[in-house]
Design a protein around this ligand. Structure first.
Ligand code: CO
Length: 133
């Protein structure tokens, strides 16, 4: 049911500095993309086996603003697993007592694919994103 680790998302206070740190390591670093509908600016770091997404708040009411308030140096915000069927994955975790965030209905995520998020309190303290792809 659960497939590849699609990405690890890291909230950062300074997108340029964070990007440079990965560039120095020889990673493939994308340009900054502003995603107003998600309230974040993103830089994608493509590694051979997965991606790192550097997230920075964009606009008012960004979903990561309070995370950065609590973690001013930045930190791991969520991890994302690929699944074949979001419906099956959602049903399975819900059947095992895991709450989904929001309505629990899939939303279109930062990559244009449907996603749902599981509540970190029900997932060993980790915000988990499932992406159908
Ligand atoms: Co994500």
């Amino acid at each position: 049911m659960i497939n590849r680790l699609n990405h690890v998302a890291i909230a950062v206070p300074n997108l340029e500095k964070a990007s440079e740190q990965y560039r120095v390591l020889g990673a493939s670093v994308s340009n900054r993309q502003d995603l107003p509908e998600h309230g974040v600016s993103v830089v994608f770091i493509t590694l051979p086996n997965t991606k790192i997404e550097l997230l920075h708040p964009f606009g008012e009411n960004s979903p990561i603003a309070s995370f950065l308030d609590r973690n001013p140096s930045g930190g791991i915000h969520h991890i994302c697993f690929e699944v074949d069927s979001l419906q099956d994955a959602s049903q399975t975790v819900v059947d095992h007592g895991v709450r989904l965030l929001g309505t629990g209905e899939p939303r279109i995520g930062a990559h244009g694919n449907p996603v749902v998020f599981a509540h970190p309190k029900d997932f060993q303290g980790v915000l988990v994103e499932f992406e159908q792809c």
